[in-house]
Design a protein around this ligand. Structure first.
Ligand code: NAD
Length: 374
């Protein structure tokens, strides 16, 4: 029996990505998988059904698949459509909706959350947080350029010389570094700041200036820790001066599993010149700016503040291509002779599992679900 891999159409409003692109479908077929696609699943990313050679299109994939590949976490109803024992690989936002996790547990779904894949060297090709953050940073810089009333590059024209725009990037993780690279390619003068001292060399290597001050907050696993109240206040005060001098601020600062830290206060926005722009790329988790309204663009005394949601979906072709490759790199080692073999001794498999055999196996999520049930 060959393993059946199913790819549903995404149902979250505005989601244009798809979990499987034609070139990756081809690689799955070569592993003797039977691949089924929900009609129109790739349409938002411009992949027509007939571009998936050798793949059957059906009205619903849930009853027919051993493995479901998805982008957005499934709704509780979608989990209900899955056969018991199905293997689900998707972003699952484990901390967001306890009801969904309970449903995955109760339907005995073996679920793997792309957010939980350990960030070890061997798993880099599976790292969907990074691939989608790269899209986010690139797009964020372009959004800043589009909303700004100024050129990014220096221009010498017959009408005079135009100075380059100053762009400040807050948070120099994957998204921030891509925002720096994109703004630099457009010719802006770029400054960047992160609480992790390790980010400094990467910022400088991309041609940006690193904003330095005393607050350092390296946390576990290469991530930042949450700042104390006093540290956060010092940070807001020191950064206000840099924010006030920027034509465009792009903020990407995040702490895993926590609301985004407040870094850009209303007082800092008041220092910005009219015509300046803030693109708050962590609006999905509350935003770095006190005035951000997630999903909305506002004008605050001449400063445009934009908190776009689900930015990777705005570049659906490449975001889907990268995500589908991440999924394939995770799934393909599990397929042997056309069948699914899960090696629970493999730390990548074990650490990315959310539910299995009717249990929540990711401890922090289990604790949250039990707390909400109590
Ligand atoms: P993230 O999305 O969790 O956060 C974005 C950035 O915000 C981080 O650089 C973080 O340090 C910064 N930040 C948090 N609080 C802040 C504050 N108060 N002020 C300023 N900046 C703040 O991060 P990410 O992009 O996922 O990357 C986190 C780390 O993981 C980095 O060290 C990155 O190099 C590393 N990483 C490793 C791998 C791998 O080894 N496979 C892959 C990707 C990323």
């Amino acid at each position: 029996m060959s393993i059946g891999v199913g790819v549903p159409k995404e149902t979250v409003a505005g989601e244009r990505r798809v979990a499987l692109v034609p070139s990756v479908a081809d690689r799955l077929l070569k592993l003797n998988a039977v691949v089924v696609l929900e009609t129109g699943a790739g349409a938002g990313a411009f992949f027509a059904d007939d571009a998936y050679a050798g793949v059957r299109t059906v009205s619903s994939v849930y009853g027919a698949a051993d493995v479901i590949l998805k982008v957005q976490p499934p709704s509780v109803q979608e989990v209900g459509l899955m056969r018991e024992g199905t293997c689900l690989i998707s972003f699952l936002a484990p901390w967001r909706e306890p009801e969904r996790v309970k449903r995955l547990r109760d339907r005995k779904i073996t679920s793997f959350a792309m957010e939980l894949i350990p960030r070890i060297a061997r798993a880099q090709a599976m790292d969907a947080l990074s691939s989608q953050a790269a899209v986010c940073g690139y797009r964020g810089a372009l959004m800043g350029a589009e909303l700004s009333g100024r050129f990014f590059p220096m221009l010498t024209t017959a009408a005079g010389t135009i100075r380059p725009a100053t762009v400040l990037i807050i948070g120099a993780g994957v998204a921030g570094l891509h925002a720096i690279a994109t703004a630099r390619r457009l010719g802006a003068v770029v400054e960047a700041y992160d609480v992790r001292a390790a980010a400094k060399d990467q910022v400088i290597s991309l041609g940006a200036k690193f904003v330095e001050f005393d607050v350092k907050a390296e946390g576990a696993g290469g991530y930042a820790r949450e700042l104390t109240k006093e540290e956060a206040q010092t940070q807001q005060e020191v950064l206000a001066h840099h924010i006030g001098g920027a034509d465009v601020v792009i903020s990407t600062a995040a702490v895993p599993g926590r609301p985004a830290p407040l870094i850009i206060t209303e007082a800092a926005v008041a220092l910005m010149r009219p015509g300046s722009v803030i693109v708050d790329l962590v609006a999905d988790s509350g935003g770095n700016c006190a005035l951000t309204r997630p999903g909305t663009r506002i004008d605050h005394q001449g400063v445009t503040i934009y908190g776009p949601l689900n930015v990777p979906s705005t570049l659906p072709v490449d975001a889907s291509e990268m995500y589908a490759k991440n999924l394939f790199n995770f799934l393909s080692p599990m397929i042997k002779d056309g069948e699914l073999h899960l090696n629970w001794d493999d730390e990548v498999i074990a650490r990315s599992a959310l539910t299995r055999d009717g249990k929540i196996v990711h401890e922090p999520t289990r604790a949250v679900v039990e707390r909400t049930a109590a």
